[in-house]
Design a protein around this ligand. Structure first.
Ligand code: NDP
Ligand code: OXD
Length: 311
């Protein structure tokens, strides 16, 4: 097979070596120019923000692999070839990192670290009472690969868990809310809200003034998904009013977050630069190669995205 690697990732050389190692019998073509020069031969493309219109020029394309767990970047191409499966990245190493980031931030909010950090800046020794973990309700928006793993890790601390998903089903770790009707009660019962949703036409801007108002007073928000989930001005207003206590954001509508953005300097916002879970070349190349081998063998691939639901 011929595989095109189409991303401006700075680790292109590492990717080329890792893919060659994982798929020794296949040809790896790096970059748009080379892919278009071999347009008729390309069987699969590995992409991050594909250049609009390029994938549509590869007539033999049988699969599009995302370099990340999120696939919203793929749908920024308005000329995606119809009927070609889009496959998101499912990688235990990435899931592990997201679990660490979520647990770290839930504990950080639970143990009032944002307050203690600001007290330290002012040299203030002041103790605050906190509820036991069993009384701090954690709500996960999204219970997919990443949400499920984070939930499993959080159960060990005793937090009562809730999750909000699209389709109802049984879930033994906590209380499950589903669909549009489930959102308001889910938010009302979550003291710490963790967003791990895909960014789709349905979920864009979901963390807005209405959602914040439905959260209990003093709630904290953690967004590890996509910047487009949060309406930043609504978040700032909810924090400034005192209704929300704090927020942690890893993702932004514009990345890198511009130096002038007010989010940087808000006293109750903690920012990490889209590092909650980084795609690791070695493990990701291995998982993508596993799917390419499945494709070759005519077996079902893991992580095929529904084009209608966009996740
Ligand atoms: P999955 O596709 O495995 O899970 C998505 C979850 O979201 C599912 O539980 C799904 O519900 C739920 N969901 C989707 N749409 C809706 C909706 N309209 N209403 C309610 N629930 C909905 O995704 P992953 O867990 O693998 O990844 C989640 C996101 O995390 C990625 O899309 C990406 O944007 C982000 N991410 C961020 C990273 C970072 O470093 N910050 C790194 C990696 C990923 P259901 O179960 O019913 O289908
Ligand atoms: C991803 C990401 O989607 O890094 O994997 O955000």
């Amino acid at each position: 097979m011929t595989i095109a690697f189409l991303s401006d990732a700075d680790k292109t050389g590492d990717w080329a070596r890792a893919l060659a190692r994982e798929l020794p019998g296949d040809d790896i073509v790096i970059g748009v120019e080379a892919a278009l020069a071999h347009a008729n031969d390309i069987d699969a493309a590995i992409v991050w923000y594909p250049k609009p219109g390029v994938l549509a020029q590869l007539p033999g394309l049988r699969a599009i692999f995302s370099l990340g767990a999120g696939i919203d970047h793929v749908f920024t191409d308005p000329h995606l070839p119809a009927g070609v499966p889009i496959v998101r990245l499912i990688d235990p190493a990435l899931t592990e990192q997201m679990t660490e980031w979520v647990v770290m931030n839930v504990l950080r909010h639970h143990r009032l670290m944002p307050i203690y950090a600001s007290q330290q800046a002012r040299g203030q020794w002041h103790r605050h009472d906190i509820p036991r973990a069993r009384a701090r309700r954690v709500g996960l928006m999204g219970l997919g690969e990443l949400g499920r793993a984070a939930a499993m890790a959080l159960t060990r601390f005793g937090f009562p868990l809730a999750a909000w998903v699209r389709g109802p089903r049984a879930w033994s770790e906590g209380k499950l809310y589903a669909g549009a009707d489930g959102l308001a009660p889910f938010l009302a019962h979550s003291d710490i809200v963790v967003c791990l949703l895909p960014l789709t036409p349905e979920t864009g801007g979901i963390l807005n003034a209405d959602a914040f108002a439905r959260m209990p007073a003093g709630a904290a928000v953690i967004n590890g998904a996509r910047g487009g989930h949060v309406v930043a001005k609504d978040l700032i207003a909810a924090l400034d009013s005192g209704h929300l206590s704090a927020a942690t954001l890893d993702v932004f509508t514009q990345e890198p977050l511009p130096e002038s953005d007010p989010l940087w300097r808000h006293p109750r916002i903690t920012i990490t630069p889209h590092v909650a879970a980084l795609t690791l070349v070695e493990t990701a190349a291995h998982e993508i190669a596993r799917n390419i081998k499945r494709l070759r063998a005519g077996r079902p691939m893991a992580g095929i995205v529904s084009p209608a639901q966009r996740y």
